[in-house]
Design a protein around this ligand. Structure first.
Ligand code: DUC
Ligand code: ZN
Ligand code: ZN
Length: 497
């Protein structure tokens, strides 16, 4: 356990003391008080003196605040649709669900400048966010300005993760372009995140379904075949292995994709992967609801079957999947999102994505930790610590250690909740988890020592969250340390003409 030399705070009272709680980090579990000064954890020890404010956490868990490193906020989708949450509603909802940091995407659409997109996104977040945030950048327009000037500058300014799409006509990159992004990220110190689905397979299957009049939501899951995900994953993993450059495969849903990832990891590939609540708690059967009700469960990739659910749990347990993120992609069940043509909306026309930022942690706590699939330390790693390590925010975020930001969630493991949309704070008019019963819920949420949520109430103001410049992602640091600098491939990647 980390403690502090009391000398450093002898002259000054703690701003906040969280006492008597059961503290868990990604590696340790112990009972201690936490003392906070100037937004940082300043002491971890038993019997700390009274602070300006004391919170008694007896009988409750004291955990690192969640870091949700994959969520869509105030962003235009791959289909060109604005999502339903802005930085205010998304961060309020995230905070009520136990999170203290989110990482959404500044999205460059074709014709946009990366620099302008980031400036615009920063201004939106600065005005509205109530908890801290870092950014990833989505790239679709790989001209010289983006590759040679804007992206290197963004990385230097702390946007050190780049997402690429292999599908969606408006977003997708071809293999040559993906190699360009991998090489750039490798040189400049960023991690590449990949939406891996084979666009032509989805398009071909979709065309065949539509020409037969098969338009209901359930056909979304047929067009987005699991093997389309596996094929694209295998291809991009191969590209990353050729350049010896790490990648993160986001939102893995299919058991065979997981097999492919596991095999490549066993061969030593610098390969990381994420899954999301929808692949643990929903299946394609949910999309097969009467009428357009199934639209509530349409996301890409789609939920699959129970075999795939079991595989995702196994991936989390064995560590093949190191991140569990919400992929919160909020669209309302109305003409602004899921149902642009009302009851006549076909599966190709409905917005892709599910809300889930507020229930991500409670679902995993209840079904993962309390059901004995995961230890409390694995829960912490999967919801907070691994995200901070992956995207260059560790140890400032995702940890309970002296010197780290005082980002804490105090968790009541006995509270029983039936999830309903009324309970949630996002701007979506439904939840795909309606009626699901969970045990355990966050009581108090603290970000940089500020009590954000207490007793079911928001205690901070709009715009009080801060931008987090991300450092070098750990996978990039690890890859740099382990390879031969004399290899020809290295020279091709490291020295652009
Ligand atoms: N990809 C995501 O990452 N989220 C929502 C929809 C999508 O295609
Ligand atoms: Zn995606
Ligand atoms: Zn997403």
């Amino acid at each position: 356990m980390t403690t502090i030399n009391t000398q450093t705070h002898l002259n000054r009272a703690f701003d906040l003391v969280i006492r008597n709680g059961k503290v868990a980090t990604a590696t340790e579990t112990f009972e201690a008080d936490l003392g906070v000064i100037d937004g940082k954890i300043a002491a971890i020890a038993a019997g700390l003196p009274t602070g300006k404010r004391d919170i008694d956490a007896r009988g409750r868990w004291v955990l690192p605040g969640g870091v949700d490193s994959h969520c869509h906020v105030e962003q235009l989708s791959g289909m060109g649709l604005m999502c339903a949450d802005d930085f205010y509603s998304a961060t309020v909802s995230a905070a009520f669900g136990g999170n203290t940091t989110i990482m959404p995407f500044a999205a460059q659409h074709r014709g946009d400048s990366v620099r302008e997109v980031l400036e615009d996104y920063s201004a939106r977040a600065e005005e509205k966010a109530v908890i801290d945030y870092g950014f990833h950048v989505i790239v679709t327009n790989l001209d010289d300005q983006a590759l040679k000037i804007d992206l290197p500058q963004a990385i230097r300014q702390g946007v050190t993760s780049i997402k690429v799409f292999m599908t969606y006509e408006r977003m997708k990159l071809d293999d040559y372009q993906i190699l360009d992004v991998l090489a750039l990220a490798d040189r400049e110190g960023a991690l590449v995140m990949v939406h891996a689905e084979n666009n032509d397979v989805i398009r071909w299957l979709g065309d065949r379904l539509v020409e037969r009049g098969l338009n209901a939501p359930k056909y979304h899951a047929v067009a987005h075949s699991g093997l389309a995900e596996t094929e694209a994953t295998n291809r991009v993993v191969t590209l990353s292995r050729i350049l010896e450059t790490p990648i993160m495969i986001v939102h893995v849903s299919e058991a065979e994709t997981l097999d492919c990832i596991r095999q490549a990891q066993q061969k030593g590939a610098a390969l990381y992967a994420e899954t999301c609540p929808q692949y643990l708690f929903l299946t394609a059967a949910d999309i097969d609801k009467p009428g357009v009700e199934g639209a509530k469960f349409c996301c890409s990739p789609p939920p699959r079957d129970e075999r795939c659910q079991r595989a995702m749990w196994q991936g989390l347990i064995e560590g093949t999947l190191s991140l569990y993120s919400s992929d919160h992609a909020p669209y309302r069940w109305d003409e602004t999102g899921k149902l642009p043509k009302g009851e006549k909306t076909g599966f190709r026309e409905m917005a892709n994505g599910l809300p889930g930022i507020e229930v991500r942690m409670p679902l995993l706590f209840s079904e993962g930790y309390l059901k004995g699939r995961l230890t409390i330390n694995e829960f912490v790693a999967l919801t907070a610590t691994n995200h901070a390590r992956m995207y260059g925010l560790y140890p400032r975020k995702g940890s309970i250690a002296v010197g780290a930001d005082a980002d804490i969630v105090i968790w009541d493991e006995e509270r029983e909740i039936t999830i309903t949309n009324d309970l949630l704070h996002d701007n979506v008019d439904y939840t795909p988890y309606e009626g699901m019963k969970v045990t355990g819920w966050p009581d108090t949420v603290i970000n940089r020592g500020r009590v954000v949520i207490d007793n079911g109430e928001l205690k901070v103001t709009r715009g009080s969250g801060e931008f987090l410049p991300c450092g070098l992602p750990e996978p990039v640091a690890k890859a740099r340390a382990s390879r031969n600098p004399e290899a020809l491939i290295r020279k091709l990647v490291d020295t652009p003409l």
